[in-house]
Design a protein around this ligand. Sequence first.
Ligand SMILES: [Zn+2]
Ligand SMILES: [Zn+2]
Length: 286
Amino acid sequence: MTATSRTRYHVGMNEIGLDPEYRVTCLPDLEAARTWLTCDIENTAEDHKDADEEFDTLLVRLYRTPDAEIVGEHACDAYVFWVRAVEDCACPCDCVETGRDDCDGKHSREAAPEPTLVEPDEQGRSAFQMHGTEYRVFNTASKPLDGYWTVERVAADGSQLGPREYVFSGQQTREGAFERAVEKLRPYGVITFLPQRYATITMDQDDQDRVEYPEVTRDGWVCAWSTAGYVVVFEDGTERGVVWPGRPIEAHITGEDGRWAEFDGEWKFWEQAAAAVRAHVIDNRA
Ligand SMILES: [Zn+2]
Ligand SMILES: [Zn+2]
């Protein structure tokens, strides 16, 4: 994997075969990742004087390892210390909570936990969190039936939203619906997706044409729907690409001159195509 401006590094440790017990940290570059990794190893060594030699050997080896090669797993005693390169992980910076307004996006932060499905409630609905939003997996049949699993977004106040807020329905299993939803929703961490807009049939043709193309005034990466059924990918209000959610999903990159260039790719969800447009634009920037 080549490091891009979208790459960050997750550093953590766990006892072999167990989940990480301590904070997994999301760091901006390999130098910071190395420092954190070394600290993790040194702190663990402190508590395991009996395995002194093993930890020392690892620290010496690590010291001699070039930055680019520290990505991976480093086993020692009953532990494994690891560095993972992650693209567009979207772990939230705590600058938002601490009210610091000089965030350069490069701060260290606690890595966001991978979404997990909690045990179902008495109505058989199980929730998961992603990018600070709650989603629910439930069955639309009167009793749990394969093929009727639905994922919906839950309103901030916990109330049920309309069917248009379904992430999707008609899934075979609860677990399968959850996994598909996580895949589809991943791009929501780095792009704001505005709700779908539809043509107003009561408008005359001129007015319909006038409002067909979406208008976006907010900064950052935003996806907005045209009433003609395609999606425009904006960066700070400038069109960077267009996605046609269909079968197959198609995409174009918008050049500086406003011209469209075909963008090849195979995507399961149109949101992934939008994320790929964003990644392409960022990676090709000088
Ligand atoms: Zn992260
Ligand atoms: Zn920050």
